[in-house]
Design a protein around this ligand. Structure first.
Ligand code: GTP
Ligand code: MG
Length: 217
């Protein structure tokens, strides 16, 4: 099955576009913004800035003949922003909960995010668990089987990723795109004009959003 991210130089393979809201959640410094920077721009920074509030960006992927437009909210992991999170995950069709494989606390926090989503978010939300910083296996603190086992028990997609080496970054988003119900998009639009991602978002200068600006729900 052919799945690939659609970069700005590519051409859509179909006029059908399904649009989905995706939210990234997880403890601060696990690499949420780095995963997005890698996914959207194919770049990595060793010293990115911690997200303030949230950042928003879009990216297209193609899954066989279907085009999927992700509208992505990259939330801030610092505890003081926790209360804002429901604004971003409510109404989202997909979530990526990220932890850092070198830090067990972040795995505990990821499990708490999954529980919160299971209680508060849409019942048919596609949830993926990502064990990031897999390139740093010398410092591994969370075993692959722990992440995989927890994900299996909770019907989550699971991958270990590396925003640094790009390992599994595209695969993660593509696996989510494949699971989303493309026949019933919330915001499906016809035609390819204007749907190839939004304006470029510089993740080093995240969009700061207030509750009023954020989600409309
Ligand atoms: P908040 O915005 O505070 O919630 O953090 P975040 O989850 O967005 O983390 P961010 O992407 O800012 O990354 C934090 C740090 O981890 C940065 O110094 C990154 O360079 C580093 N980092 C992110 N992903 C990886 C990875 O896959 N491997 C390694 N080795 N370092 C990573
Ligand atoms: Mg961030």
């Amino acid at each position: 099955m052919a799945v690939r991210p659609s970069r700005p130089s590519g051409q859509p393979q179909s006029s059908k576009v399904s649009q989905f809201k995706l939210v990234l959640l997880g403890e601060t410094s696990v690499g949420k913004s780095s995963l997005l920077l890698q996914f959207v721009k194919g770049q990595y920074q060793d010293f990115g800035e911690s997200t303030i509030g949230a950042a928003f960006l879009t990216q297209m992927v193609s899954v066989d003949s279907a085009m999927v437009k992700f509208e992505i909210w990259d939330t801030a992991g610092q505890e003081r922003y926790h209360s804002l999170a429901p604004m971003y995950y409510r109404g989202a069709q997909a979530a990526i909960v990220v932890y850092d494989i070198t830090n067990t606390e972040t795995f505990v926090r990821a499990k708490a995010w999954v529980s919160e989503l299971q209680k508060q978010a849409s019942t048919n939300m596609v949830i993926a668990l990502a064990g990031n910083k897999a390139d740093w296996s010398a410092n591994r603190a969370v075993e692959y089987t722990d992440g995989q086992g927890y994900a299996a028990d909770n019907s989550l997609l699971f991958m270990e990723t590396s925003a640094k080496t790009a390992m599994n970054v595209n695969n993660l988003f593509l696996a989510i795109a494949k699971k989303l119900p493309k026949s019933e998009p919330l915001g499906g639009v016809a035609g390819s004009a204007g749907v190839r991602g939004g304006p470029p978002v510089d993740l080093r200068q995240p969009t700061q959003t207030s509750p009023a600006q954020c989600c409309g729900n």
